[in-house]
Structures are given as C-alpha cells and as structure tokens.
Design a protein around this ligand. Structure first.
Ligand code: ATP
Ligand code: MG
Length: 556
C-alpha cells in the first residue's frame, strides 16, 4: 500500500469532535450505526460503518449498533443477522449488546404522552390524502387540521385508545404540534405515531401503533447518550425536528446531528430497495451475488475488509457530492491483495499444446515461490509434462504488430519452465485451432537461450497435473454509470447482459485443498477467490474473479 495508507484523513466531523473534546463539551464520544433491518447492507453502509466505528476507535469512544426497527412489515431477522455479520466481518465490534429502537417503545410512548400533556401533540383523523393536501407545498404554507385544537384530555384519551387497538389502521395518527406555516415541510405537524397492525420481529403483536422514524431516532440517540449522531445529507432538513423533539421532552441528553454526503458508486446502485428488486426479479442469484455492491456480495467476490476500510478512508467524508468511480474501490482491493495473495498459474480459456520432443527422462520441473517478496509463503513444484494447457489468447496465428506471445514458428518462455517453439497448428474440419504442436529448447530451464532473445513469457499448466476449475468472470453490473438517474426509466433496463461469464479452466494442483474464501493471484490474469458457497476443498473448485491485475475501467 502507499505510504500514506491508514493515516487518518482530516474532515469536518473529526474537527467538530476534537473541538468538543478540547473545550470540554464531551469527555468521550459515543456514536452509533443505525441500520433498518429491511435489506442487506451495501457499500454505502460500509462507508457509514467505517466512519462511526472508526471514530469511536480512534477517540477511545464507543459505537453502538442499533436497529431502527420501526417498519415491521419490511423487517426480518435474516436481515438483522446479516447486518451483524457484516459489521464484524469489516472488523468492528459494537459496544455492549445489540440495541433495537423497539427496546424503547415504552419510553417512546411515554414521551408522546408527555408531549400531549404539554399541548404539543394531537391526534388527527384526517385521511392520508387530506393530510397531504393540508400540508401545503414548498411555496405555499399548510393549513391547520380541523382536529388541531383538540383538548389535552381528548388527545390523551384518543392516544390511549389508539394504543389499545380501538381504531382501524390508518384512521388516526398522532402529530407533533409545531407550525403548519413553517418553511420546512418536516416541521408542519409531522406524524409521530401511526396505527399499523403488523407483527414485529421483536415485539410481536404487543403494539398496534408504531413511532415514526424521525421521532424514534432522536430519542433513541438521547437514551443511549450518543454524542454525535452522524447521518447522510438527506436528513439535513429533518434536523430541526430532531432538535425540536429533544427540546420538548424531559430527557437530559441532546446529541448533535451532523450530516455527510452519501456514497454513490458508478455502474452500480446503492439503494436497498433497488437491490431488493434485483434479487426478487432474479436478475442476480441473491443478495450475495458477487456482482452485487452488498457487503455480502463483495465479500463473496473476494473483496477484503482491509481493502474496504482503505476505500472508506480514501474517499473521505464531506458534504459535497461523493460519486466515486469503481476504479477507486478496485485499486484499494488490488493493492491489498498484491502483497497478501499467493501467486499460482491457472488457464481460463484453455488451448492444448503437445510437446513433441518431450522426453520423460530429461524433462525437468522447477520449484516456484508463491510470492516474489514473501519467501515465507513457501513454494511448490511446477510440474512439466508432454501435454500442457496455455491461454488461447496467448496464441495468434497472424499476430498484430508488437506481439510478444506465441505465434506459429515463434518462441515464448513458459513461466518457471522452458522456452518453447510452436512448430505446427492443428485444426479441425471447420478450421478452428484444435491444438498446437510445439518443441522445447532443453537448454533453457532457468537460463536464457544462447544467441537469441525470447521476450514473451506466458502462463500454462500441465494437463496431467492440473485440476479442473470453474472460473466466474465478473464485469460491471450495469452498462451506464448512473443506472437510476432517470426516474422514468427502470434501472433494470441498463443491466449488463455480459456481467457474468462462466469459464471451465484448469488450475495448478497446489490449490486443491484451499478452503472457501482463499485468495490467489492467477499470474497474468488477476485475483481470484474460492467461492464461499459452492467451492469444495478437494472437490469441485469454484473461483470468482475478484479484480483484474490492471485497471480495466479507466479509459484508454
Ligand atoms: P437505503 O437508501 O439503501 O435503503 P438507508 O439510508 O435507508 O439506505 P439505513 O439502514 O437507514 O439505510 O442506513 C443506515 C445508516 O447508513 C444510516 O445512517 C445511513 O445514513 C447510512 N447510509 C445509507 N446509505 C448510505 C450511503 N450510500 N452512503 C453513506 N452512508 C449511507
Ligand atoms: Mg433509512
């Protein structure tokens, strides 16, 4: 990695925290990561996780994991489990137990009663449609609901009866009484409780009213003693409401909400709802399909926690647009693997080569280290034999200018082995190349041939020794940088039909017992990871291409 890797990058949130610690506003910091368990986490969440947990680590503070579980219909245990797994896989640990907004349903209810008693909340019977109409627009003030002036007693009575299940879903809501003429629409008497008979993953059927996100979030933060509540920019306009709620209840803690920009990644999407659509419409094999920008998908593809954390560090934190090229993420992954992945040979698009002058008695094999800079990774023999596989793309009958690989009558160095000449190209009836007949120069093992230069070096494997391997090659999931930019076009229109290619290749036998999630560099081809789900050590070998060796994204 470059020398500045891992050094903290200064940003405005860090400045705020440092000022708060220096001037004594806080003696320590407490942050939280607050996902809704309504889908799998994606690369944008990874940014938020690295920020919240990273700051806590750096300033010796604490970071909570709190599920924002206020929409029972969309939430599930499966999502909650995967989110915990993802946070830990990224290398972080939350402080204390996993927390749930639903742990606070009792307190949230009591604070709602507190607001009602002060005349700061009321029960409204307007239909959703009417309520929208009364809310006004950006340029037009809203109108007071006819129920806005209900007495405290009536509101208390109605709210208790809402809780007791006396009213139909959607027939009433509890609203904060703030200001229907506020220029900020979020302050025009926002709903804070709604009636919804839905089974909740934690509280079952105990409640038929559920608190709204804005109301729940600030109170949960305060109950946990959060010092800095970091969220994405779309919540900027909600901050006055966050502050209003905490200013109008008795709670003794008022965290500071600070917004930063969301991460958007080119050629993919970062919205749980849209990722869910890809899964349910079966455009991908599941949430952990290696083409998905989910943490599970990236993990299965072979991305590493270190690489993702470095990515988060590099893209930084700010309030300005954070649309990042895939190349930045891939560079972080590549750099991490360059030093850590053992190197072996594999052939993805095999072309058979017969060595016509192979002589069992004299043909020798060489030993090769797994990494040029890491002798401690060990070594293995690279067996040579009469038949070998080479990459079909490494042979050209009529090569372009400057070709340094194999061609009819030409020579090439077999990596860790002999110099080989192609003497004959064997074709089938329709003219397709079936195999090459080549000969080796026996005097070139580990040394240059006498009297001539052979520039090209190609990888290969011995047919008798190599193991069959399924190799999955991934390309970008979409054909355009911003597939969801146009609201009138379904983003699925831009799915890349060639985002997955499955190849049947051959790999050196030394990978035979690799457990799932082992990363190799296949020399000259890229980094490959044994599949978490389908690879069987000693059995069916399945590799996912994590990333190519060079940046294939940048133009030119
Ligand atoms: P989505 O729009 O994908 O459903 P969300 O914001 O609704 O995302 P949450 O589960 O509410 O998902 O998010 C948990 C935390 O992660 C929030 O603090 C949110 O601001 C943050 N987060 C979500 N998406 C991104 C992103 N693209 N970049 C940075 N942070 C994000
Ligand atoms: Mg959200």
């Amino acid at each position: 990695m470059s020398s500045n890797a891992q050094a903290p990058v200064p940003h405005f949130i860090r400045n705020i925290i440092e000022a708060d610690l220096v001037n004594g506003k806080h003696t320590g910091i407490v942050t939280r990561f607050p996902p809704e368990p309504n889908g799998y986490l994606h690369v944008g969440h990874a940014k938020s996780i690295c920020l919240n947990f990273g700051l806590a680590l750096e300033y010796n503070g604490k970071c909570n994991l709190r599920f924002d579980d206020t929409n029972p219909e969309k939430e599930s245990e499966e999502y909650a489990r995967s989110i915990q797994e993802d946070v830990q896989w990224l290398g972080f640990q939350w402080d204390g137990p996993v927390r749930w907004a639903s742990d606070y349903f009792g307190q949230l209810y009591n604070h709602a009663v507190e607001l009602i008693k002060q005349g700061k909340a009321y029960v409204d019977d307007l239909s959703a449609e009417k309520m929208r109409e009364y809310r006004g627009t950006l340029t037009q003030a809203g109108k007071d609901s006819p129920h806005r002036e209900r007495s405290v007693e009536e509101n208390l009575d109605l709210f208790v009866r809402m809780k007791n299940g006396e009213f139909a879903d959607g027939s009433k809501v509890l609203r904060a009484k703030i200001d229907m003429a506020s220029p900020n629409i979020n302050m025009r008497d926002p709903a804070i409780y709604r009636i919804r008979r839905a089974h909740h993953i934690r509280t079952g059927d105990a409640w038929c009213i559920y608190p709204m996100y804005d109301y729940t979030h600030c109170i949960s933060d305060a109950l946990e003693g959060i010092t800095h509540s970091l969220c994405t920019l779309e919540f900027e306009d909600h901050r006055p409401l966050y502050d209003w709620v905490l200013d109008n209840i008795t709670i003794g803690c008022h965290p500071q909400q600070i917004e930063f920009s969301r991460l958007e990644l080119h050629y993919t999407i970062t919205s749980k709802r849209k990722l869910l659509q890809l899964v349910t419409e079966k455009h991908v094999s599941g949430w952990d399909d290696p083409r998905m920008p989910t943490i599970q998908g990236m993990r299965r593809r072979g991305y590493t926690p270190q690489g993702l954390r470095e990515f988060a560090r590099r893209i930084g934190i700010s309030k300005s647009d954070n649309t990042v090229d895939m190349g930045v993420l891939e560079a972080c992954i590549r750099e991490d693997m360059e030093a850590s992945a053992p190197r072996v040979m594999a052939v993805i698009k095999p072309l058979k080569v017969t060595i016509t002058n192979f002589d069992e008695a004299n043909a020798q094999s060489r030993e090769a280290g797994f990494h040029p800079n890491h002798p401690e990774f060990g070594s293995r023999m690279v067996p040579f034999s009469r038949e070998i596989w080479i990459e079909a793309d490494d042979f050209a009958e009529s090569p372009p200018e400057g070709w340094q690989r194999l061609t009819a009558g030409g020579e090439v160095r077999l990596r860790y082995s002999y110099v080989m000449r192609c003497d004959e190209v064997a074709k089938d009836a329709s003219g397709n190349i079936k195999e090459l007949r080549c000969s080796i120069d026996a005097d070139t093992l580990g040394k240059n041939p006498a009297g001539r230069k052979v520039k090209g070096v190609i990888h290969w494997v011995s047919c008798a020794h190599a193991l069959p391997a399924e190799v999955r090659l991934y390309d970008r999931l979409f054909t355009v940088p911003e597939p969801d930019a146009d609201k009138n076009v379904d983003f699925c229109t831009y799915l890349n039909p060639a985002s997955l290619t499955v190849a049947q290749g051959w790999a050196e036998a030394c990978v035979k017992d690799a457990p799932p999630e082992t990363i190799y560099q296949f020399e000259r081809l890229g980094y490959f990871c044994t599949d978490r789900r389908e690879h069987q050590p000693g059995g069916k070998l399945v590799f996912n291409r994590t990333v190519t060796l060079k940046d294939s994204w940048s133009k030119g």
